[in-house]
Ligand binder design. Structure first.
Ligand code: ZN
Length: 422
């Protein structure tokens, strides 16, 4: 036993940064052990053993990439994936607005090709198809890709990286637009992924990537967006560094409100001068410098903030239960599972949670075994509090649940601070 423990510690000590290869010594935050957040359980799995993996996040002292080690292979996580993007109204509106913006700004037309990496069920590419623009999706989750193909969105059921990009280029596939929404964080081999985009991009093509902004994650105390499927957490400065190493240059950036605060980064070939670098690039880079993102100490403050948030969430729930209140959850997102497992919230606090995705009904959250019902359950049981787990969608959910006022029910968001919504 002792031998195994020592060996594991040794491997933790020698973990290397997935971008620069530097040894990882510094903890960003340690959320303990957690199951894979998308591995929801059916009733017959409840009495079986469940795998828990560390959610121990490191920051690289050299390139400042905040990262989780690859405890679980992406093949294991993404081959049968329960997340279907199409179920959120605000996200669909976001996707549609994005496609219009790209078509106008980069004058995409019937001779262009838009390639989406991790194209999910085709929810975004469908808006390009509507405008007559050829598309190609790349999506490794078989069940999700099948839905896209059924909708008429051509999709390669593969993991994207340098190898696939080279093969696509040999087959004559070159992209005018490569887009990756919330995928950069989810690739363990970030180097192969970025190198692959370089290979696939036409000489004057454009790449756009959206991902949660580390600065906003830290400001907003969004520790629950850390889960095993998210291998990396990017500042703008580190992103620029990664792009530059593979011959790509960031020429524009937008700060978006999605997922608690995301960046949309625009990149092109470093040697392509057809898109000039906007002032927004320098402005954000300087803002991050001033905020200390090139100093290790800045990253060390986060862990204590996380622990304090846990104590506040628990205090609220304990007080509510002591006062005889009933509490239900809303949503079964990945971030919910990090929060619930880290704070040890099970059916002792939350009677159940609800979700609009029928794939999840009758199943149970991993680790905490909280049952998942259709949203109508809330009207039937009239809980005193509904805890919104996907807090990034709180405005949308608030509208959907306005009827809970009929019985004096109240909505609660856990992040950045526990708040009972007025
Ligand atoms: Zn590094």
């Amino acid at each position: 036993m002792e031998g195994i423990a020592l060996q594991e510690k040794a491997s933790a000590r020698t973990a290397a940064c997935r971008f620069c290869g530097c040894a990882l010594h510094h903890t960003f935050t340690d959320l303990g052990m957690s199951p894979l957040c998308e591995s929801i359980l059916s009733a017959d799995q409840l009495n079986q053993m469940e795998a828990f993996y560390p959610l121990h996040v490191f920051v690289c002292e050299d390139c400042f990439l905040v990262q989780l080690q690859e405890y679980v292979s992406p093949e294991h996580i993404f081959t049968e994936y329960a997340y279907f993007s199409s179920y959120s109204d605000s996200w669909l509106a976001h996707a549609k607005a994005y496609t219009q913006l790209m078509v106008e700004r980069f004058q995409l037309g019937p001779d262009s090709l838009a390639v989406e990496l991790a194209s999910n069920d085709g929810y975004l590419l469908q808006y390009f198809v509507e405008q007559g623009i050829p598309v190609l999706g790349v999506e490794p989750a078989v069940n999700v890709a099948r839905q896209a193909i059924e909708k008429g969105i051509p999709t390669l059921v593969k993991f994207f990286g340098q190898e696939l990009a080279a093969q696509m280029a040999r087959d004559g596939v070159r992209a005018d637009l490569i887009l990756g929404n919330n995928v950069l964080a989810q690739v363990p081999d970030v180097c192969s992924f970025v190198a692959g985009m370089k290979t696939l991009l036409k000489p004057q093509g454009v790449i756009t990537l959206e991902f949660p902004h580390l600065m906003r994650l830290m400001e907003g105390n969004q520790f629950d967006t850390i889960y095993h499927e998210h291998f990396s957490y990017f500042s703008f400065l580190t992103t620029m560094k990664i792009m530059a190493r593979f011959g790509l240059a960031v020429f524009d950036v937008e700060e978006l409100s999605t997922h608690g605060g995301s960046l949309r980064v625009y990149a092109r070939h470093a040697e392509d001068t057809s898109h000039r670098v906007t002032e927004r690039v320098q402005e954000l880079a300087q803002r991050e410098e001033r905020a200390g993102f090139t100093r290790l100490e800045t990253y060390f403050s986060f862990d204590e903030k996380v622990k304090d948030t846990k104590r506040k969430i628990m205090a609220f729930l304990i007080d509510a239960k002591r006062a005889g209140k009933s509490i239900a959850g809303y949503g079964a997102p990945g971030k919910g599972n990090t929060l619930l497992n880290y704070c040890a919230i099970r059916t002792d606090f939350l009677d159940y949670t609800v979700d609009r995705n029928p794939y999840k009904h009758g199943k149970f959250l991993p680790g905490t075994h909280i049952p998942i019902f259709p949203p109508e359950r809330i009207r039937e049981t009239r809980p005193d509090y509904v805890l919104i787990l996907p807090w990034n969608l709180k405005n949308e959910i608030r509208e959907q649940l306005s009827y809970i006022r009929e019985w004096g029910g109240k909505l609660v968001v856990p992040i950045p601070e526990v708040e009972v919504l007025p």
